[in-house]
Unconditional design. Structure first.
Length: 111
């Protein structure tokens, strides 16, 4: 929650603002390559909510990172993703993600 508050206030300090679906795709792939784990955590700025987005055949896997136990992984097509909260967050500049640190050099990528 603290990270999401910082992100909403200072997006360029530690966070990248996702501008469109192409950048969303890039950010997920960037994280998978650098970190070696599937998906990437994104923050829906106005809701202070974090989700992990991963690619799956036919769309995206969406995993809420916090919240009630009844919240489970869901699978969305690209159109479903863009017509929901993630699409709204992109449209309004509220979709943020932490910059990726390069493991060998410690510097930040993205932005």
């Amino acid at each position: 929650m603290r990270d999401a508050t910082i992100a909403a206030t200072f997006p360029s300090v530690r966070f990248c603002q996702v501008q469109d679906i192409d950048e969303l795709t890039f950010r997920i792939k960037e994280s998978e390559i650098v970190v070696g784990q599937p998906g990437r955590v994104f923050y829906l700025g106005q809701e202070l909510r974090s989700i992990r987005l991963s690619f799956v055949p036919g769309g995206f896997q969406v995993d809420p990172q916090r919240g009630r136990p009844e919240r489970r992984t869901i699978f969305l097509t690209l159109n479903e993703l863009l017509s929901g909260r993630v699409g709204l967050a992109i449209e309004h500049g509220w979709l943020l993600t932490l910059r990726v640190a390069c493991p060998n050099r410690g510097n930040l990528l993205g932005g």
